[in-house]
Unconditional design. Structure first.
Length: 327
């Protein structure tokens, strides 16, 4: 079987796992939202500034289908969700799909910008740290990575706001607008993730540099820089692909803290608002969409792995390990 067909057959198996994962997420999402304290009917009446009398509560519960058994409510909700119909928002009364659309675009804009920063910073930090292993550049990079990973997102976001918005006045503080509004939230999202992935890439570079084929290339007279570019970089990037895929899924899923700090109108902020308002249809749809982003990103990483690493397209005989990467 040729390479592309092997990739497609592997993706078919992954698609079944994706469907089962999303089914499990739907059960947890629906169940946990109903276990949360508070009566949705009472909250809805209070949002309408109506007194939650027994008669009105019974009427609203009947309209919302809350009197039915929980399994029946779940099956009805799952059937509508499969058609991308998540019902109406308890708060706004609008279709949930209309609430999600603009928010998903805002999260995608922020996530892709942050992902670009993650790629640039992790590649620079990891490759430089591995190339100059043990030198001053490597030690400074490790120190910067530790500081970035140790800082909570909310604290880092507030620090960046104070430095670049309040004190310097260079960038806007909150909201979504032009490209300048993306810089601070994207940087806040990217720094800690990029630092962690730079450490992973650095360790991979150091490990690949000790391989026999790298020593052989240098023994044949190939310069250190050429050996690094031709033989080390490509084979060092394979472990980082998984980290980048998980990072992309996490970023596309939305960051509740960062979007709340910067008032970025994305899925994370929408989910936080839905939790506070007990708006279950919006919360369920937002969580399902964020989970879908995450598992699809992982599916994409599996496909990319099979395209980049030919060892994964070849079934190794039982008891044998996959061959070493070739220079």
């Amino acid at each position: 079987m040729s390479g592309p067909w092997r990739v497609l057959s592997g993706l078919w198996g992954q698609a079944w796992r994706l469907a089962l994962t999303m089914l499990g997420v739907s059960v947890l999402t629906f169940g946990l939202t109903w276990l949360a304290p508070g009566d949705p009917a009472e909250i809805l009446l209070r949002d309408r500034y109506e007194a939650p009398t027994a008669q009105k509560l019974a009427q609203v519960r009947a309209e919302m289908g809350l009197d039915d058994a929980l399994p029946l409510q779940y099956l009805r909700w799952l059937g509508r969700a499969a058609r991308l119909d998540f019902g109406l928002s308890y708060v706004s009364g609008r279709p949930v799909s209309q609430e999600l659309g603009p928010r998903a675009l805002a999260t995608a804009e922020l996530a892709l910008t942050a992902f670009g920063l993650v790629l640039a910073l992790s590649l620079a930090g990891g490759l430089l740290g591995g190339f100059f292993h043990g030198r001053l550049v490597d030690r400074l990079g490790r120190l910067a990575a530790i500081l970035a990973m140790s800082a909570p997102n909310y604290w880092l976001g507030m620090l960046l706001i104070w430095l670049f918005a309040v004190e310097a006045g260079w960038l806007p503080v909150m909201g979504r607008g032009g490209p300048e509004h993306l810089i601070l939230p994207a940087l806040t999202l990217a720094l800690a993730v990029a630092a962690m992935q730079a450490r992973v890439l650095r360790a991979s570079v150091i490990e690949v540099k000790s391989r026999d084929y790298v020593r052989l290339a240098m023994a044949k007279g190939l310069g250190r820089g050429q050996t690094f570019a031709r033989h080390v970089v490509k084979n060092s990037l394979l472990p980082a692909l998984t980290m980048w895929g998980l990072c992309l899924g996490h970023l596309l899923g939305g960051s509740v803290i960062v979007e709340s700090v910067f008032s970025w109108p994305g899925l994370g902020q929408l989910a936080a608002q839905a939790i506070l308002a007990r708006d279950m249809p919006v919360l369920q749809a937002a969580v399902m969409l964020m989970a879908l982003f995450y598992v699809v990103a992982n599916l994409g990483v599996d496909a990319l792995y099979r395209l980049v690493d030919p060892r994964l397209r070849q079934a190794a005989p039982a008891g044998e390990s996959c061959p070493e990467p070739q220079p």
